[in-house]
Write a protein that binds this ligand. Structure first.
Ligand code: ADP
Ligand code: ADP
Length: 224
């Protein structure tokens, strides 16, 4: 069974009596340990898809199943649970808390999850070492380069041991050197068994994935 299954997903935004069909009959499956890129031009429906996969919004019709759970059957609390436990988000803008050190930023999801202090500190440090920031544990976001901030964000995404890492334009704010570092971390994560879904308009970023899904005008076309 797939970790993430989309069957005939439609998403229509309604604005008064106008409606925008952002996604039309989108179907695909992401299996455990896949590395999938979703790419397409601006306005094609990528963000809409990201919001659905991230349980930040719900489809107008069709079936979305994450780790065996049919998302349409869930109440808001259960959706939040999937969002927090199953999905590790990585954003274009890093979304770190400015006043907190790298370790505190990475620990944060575990604080909400009620993990004891010693354990969460150890997990955060291990992950920061893994992304090459073992010497920057006490740095705050402003004391780090963009690439380093994104590596903190990746460590934070991993800390709750999610089923899927969902990254939205993860290299969109980075120079090419830092972008390459992030992509090599993704490759390592995938080699160690992680499942990655990367949304990007950048064909070079998409090319690093095992599988590329291209979306145009809300419809999916699978290449390679
Ligand atoms: P992308 O991320 O590929 O740029 P989007 O998913 O943001 O594409 O947009 C797909 C289509 O849905 C576009 O026509 C966009 O204008 C429309 N759209 C996206 N979000 C909304 C919204 N909240 N309300 C109305 N229309 C939206
Ligand atoms: P790396 O190649 O490891 O990503 P950089 O060459 O980007 O490192 O940065 C080297 C050092 O300079 C970093 O350790 C960081 O502390 C500091 N630095 C880089 N960019 C910034 C920035 N925009 N603001 C503050 N410090 C920065």
């Amino acid at each position: 069974p797939g970790l993430l299954v989309l069957k005939d997903i439609d998403k229509t935004y309604r604005l008064g009596n106008l409606s925008v069909e952002a996604l039309r009959r989108v179907s695909f499956t992401v299996f455990a340990n896949d590395y999938v890129a979703i790419t397409g031009p601006s306005g094609s429906g990528k963000s809409t898809l990201m919001h659905l996969i991230g349980c930040l919004d719900t489809p107008s019709s069709g079936e979305l199943i994450i780790a065996g759970q049919r998302v349409s059957d869930l109440d808001p609390n259960q959706l939040a649970e999937i969002r927090n436990r199953r999905i590790g988000f990585v954003f274009q803008q890093f979304n770190l808390l400015r006043t907190m050190t790298a370790v505190r930023n990475v620990e944060l999801p575990l604080i909400y999850a009620g993990v004891p202090k010693q354990e969460r500190r150890e997990r955060a440090i291990t992950l920061l070492e893994r992304v090459g920031l073992g010497n920057h544990l006490q740095h705050r976001p402003m004391e780090l380069s963009g690439g380093q901030q994104q590596r903190v964000a990746i460590a934070r995404a991993l800390v709750g041991d999610p089923s899927i890492i969902l990254a939205d334009e993860p290299t969109g704010n980075l120079d090419s050197h830092s972008a390459a570092e992030i992509l090599s971390i993704f490759e390592e994560l995938n080699q160690s068994g992680r499942t990655l879904v990367v949304i990007t308009h950048d064909a070079n970023v998409a090319a690093k994935a095992q599988r590329i899904l291209t979306i145009r005008d809300g419809q999916l076309q699978e290449a390679s």
